[in-house]
Design a protein around this ligand. Structure first.
Ligand SMILES: Nc1ncnc2c1ncn2[C@@H]1O[C@H](COP(=O)(O)OP(=O)(O)OP(=O)(O)O)[C@@H](O)[C@H]1O
Ligand SMILES: [Mg+2]
Length: 168
């Protein structure tokens, strides 16, 4: 198990800082007071460890249009990106929706953690545009995919070892 879990940021705001390791990559995450803060304070729990007060295997977060729900999903997953084997998948109903919303926002939000001052990817960081995959300097991987019907799930995700699933 990664040492990172022990330092797990349950309290917001939190900062991601790869500068000591990679010479670049810094970002602060500031959830808004209210539902964003509560959402980010929750976690899915750590497999194999005893359940803590802030662990919930399933978390629902609703709210008004433009209230910051999609942002919260993207920000939440950042808590885990020091773990090289972390694999998050973000689902929306269609690829078109993803391209117009989450995928676009994700690249914008995560860029400061992926590139150095010269614009070169740091560590294992990478963006795979066709596959809609973002790899972080540690190797942690975020994938963006569609999920509409039960059959999509069976065909594409049966047996996949996903660490966290986010449904927007
Ligand atoms: N804590 C935050 N810090 C910085 N920007 C934020 C924060 N929360 C939300 N935003 C920005 O506010 C805008 C609206 O947020 P977001 O798209 O997450 O809302 P939403 O609830 O998903 O909206 P919709 O219901 O339309 O899907 C976005 O541009 C997002 O990047
Ligand atoms: Mg949204």
């Amino acid at each position: 198990m990664s040492e990172y879990w022990k330092k797990f940021p349950v309290n917001s705001p939190f900062a991601l800082d790869f500068r000591a390791e990679h010479g670049a990559g810094y970002m602060e995450v500031h959830p808004q007071k209210g539902p964003q803060k509560s959402f980010i304070a929750c976690s899915g729990g750590i497999s194999g460890e005893e359940r803590r007060d802030q662990d919930f295997p399933l978390i629902f977060y609703g709210g008004a249009a433009g209230g910051g729900k999609s942002w919260s999903l993207l920000a939440d997953a950042l808590k885990y990106i020091d773990c090289p084997y972390f694999y998050a998948v973000f689902f929306r109903k269609t690829i078109k929706q993803l391209k117009r919303t989450l995928w676009k926002e994700a690249k914008k939000m995560y860029m400061p953690l992926l590139i150095d001052k010269k614009g070169k990817f740091i560590g294992k960081a990478n963006i795979k545009e066709q596959d809609m995959i973002i790899v972080f300097p540690s190797g942690a991987l975020f994938e963006f995919s569609y999920l509409d019907r039960d059959s999509d799930c069976e065909q594409n995700w049966q047996g996949a070892e996903i660490t966290a699933a986010y449904f927007d």
